[in-house]
Design a protein around this ligand. Structure first.
Ligand code: FCB
Length: 452
């Protein structure tokens, strides 16, 4: 089977990781601006002040996307760039920037597929308690309403949040991402509820106010549990583990804690038992708002864990094998994870699947011949896409795929060390060089994946 003829072939990036221009156009500070200021937080003290200077170079970048035949571009809005205080006063220059970007994309025949929030939270709202504040979902819907008002004449597709699991866990429990907090479980449960409510209010705001027909998704990064082999009992075990609130992953990484409220309108029973009296107050309409219908079940997917029953019938998570293939950031390469991700999520939530991010970091550089040869990345994407397509053979509705990332960028706490791009960026000169993988991806898109 091949990909459907309206399959969305895209590539992604996010505001803080590429835009730079951290203090231009009246932009307010984000928690990432602050987080980078503290020594030891980010590799070699890197920050996103200049990044890929996309704010000034977006026209050239869109041109490159056009040349690569990218059909959809997943970018994110920077909340403090358009609302410096998070609410209230609008920064016109910020709106103008995104407006020009959207126009440029449409002119190039590229569908804008924005994410409302990809981690650069307004510092001024953080000072009011951020996601702990029970007004936070209203702040988010005010922000959403502004974007819908300004852009829904031209934008049909919206993603609400990127990887809430990560910004909650790394940012609010482990302190390895902005805003660098180490909250207690009671607070984390409250943060999660406010984040889910923000998603729901945003989805409702888009549905109610959009000037065009619209399609909406949220972008979690699910914890993908795969069977160690194809035996029925291990497949069943993996499926069960993937949709259980387990000891280790609750609540930040539990798939069902995040997704059951969104798709079924209720928190899972096993999670509620674990949460006990630490649960926050749930308003009478909250679950209805959180489960505002979506068009997609999207997820980002990079890696997975394998599970099986050992000879005594005990559940066993497989340890990494010595010498297993790893990307430069040390994430294991296991393409079959993509098949199971699509299959398990579709079975449970029954919505068209979008892989909103997948890709690999590699130690790329510009070779002596002036090109960037990255055969590992080509092989990685080919294998993952083939596994993805295999899910379609099982009847899974595959709506789209976004390669992460269109260009090398600021990889959060890893700084500029990790290069995920289809386009190489020389951060000294801002010169862009399309990598071999970019040219290869162009052909994949042109042939709708027939040549994989
Ligand atoms: C995801 C993030 C994205 C990027 C990739 C490599 O967790 O959503 O911004 O950092 O990982």
């Amino acid at each position: 089977m091949s990909f459907s003829k309206d399959f969305i072939w895209g590539s992604a990036a996010a505001s803080y990781q590429i835009e730079g221009a951290w203090n231009e156009g009246g932009k307010g500070l984000s928690v990432w601006d602050l987080f980078c200021e503290k020594e030891g937080n980010v590799y070699r003290g890197h920050d996103g002040k200049i990044a890929c200077d996309h704010y000034h170079r977006f026209k050239d970048d869109v041109q490159i996307m056009k040349e690569l035949g990218i059909k959809s571009y997943r970018f994110s809005f920077s909340w403090p760039r358009v609302l410096p205080q998070g609410t209230g006063r609008v920064a016109t220059a910020g709106i103008d920037f995104y407006s020009a970007l959207v126009d440029e994309l449409l002119e190039a025949g590229i569908t804008p597929f924005p994410t409302l929030f990809h981690w650069d939270y307004p510092y001024e709202l953080f000072c009011k308690g951020g996601w702990l504040n029970n007004d936070s979902s209203d702040w988010f819907s005010e922000y959403t309403a502004l974007l819908v008002d300004k852009f829904s004449d031209r934008i049909e597709h919206w993603f609400t949040l990127n990887e809430p699991q990560v910004f909650v866990t790394l940012g609010h429990i482990n302190a390895t991402h902005a805003p660098g907090l180490e909250l207690r479980k009671r607070e984390v449960l409250r943060v999660i509820h406010n984040v889910l409510l923000s998603h729901g209010k945003a989805a409702k705001t888009i549905r109610q106010n959009s000037k065009r027909d619209t399609k909406i998704g949220m972008v979690p990064v699910c914890r993908i549990i795969v069977p160690a082999d194809d035996s029925e009992h291990n497949i069943g075990l993996a499926r069960k583990e993937m949709f259980t609130c387990g000891d280790l992953d609750f609540p930040g990484w539990s798939n069902t804690w995040w997704l059951d409220p969104v798709f079924f309108g209720k928190y899972p029973e096993d999670g509620l038992e674990r949460a006990g009296d630490l649960m926050p107050q749930i308003g009478p309409d909250d679950m209805e708002i959180i489960s505002t219908p979506l068009d997609y079940c999207a997820t980002n997917h990079y890696h997975c864990v394998k599970v099986r029953r050992d000879q005594h019938g005990n559940k066993e998570y497989l340890k990494p094998q010595i010498g297993e293939p790893l990307t430069a950031i040390s994430w294991p390469v296991y393409p079959q994870g993509m098949y199971w991700a699509a299959k398990f999520l579709y079975e449970r939530y029954k919505k068209p699947i979008i892989i909103a991010e997948n890709g690999m970091s590699n130690r790329d550089w510009v070779h002596g011949d002036g090109k960037v040869h990255d055969p590992q990345r080509i092989d990685y994407v080919r294998q993952f896409l083939k596994e993805y397509r295999r899910a379609a053979d099982d009847g899974v509705d595959l709506a789209g795929y976004f390669y992460w990332s269109i260009m090398d960028n600021f990889e959060w706490a890893e700084g500029y060390k990790e290069r995920f791009g289809l386009v190489h960026v020389d951060y000294q000169t801002q010169k862009r060089t399309v990598k071999d993988s970019g040219l290869w991806y162009r052909d994949v898109i042109a042939q709708n994946g027939e040549n994989l």
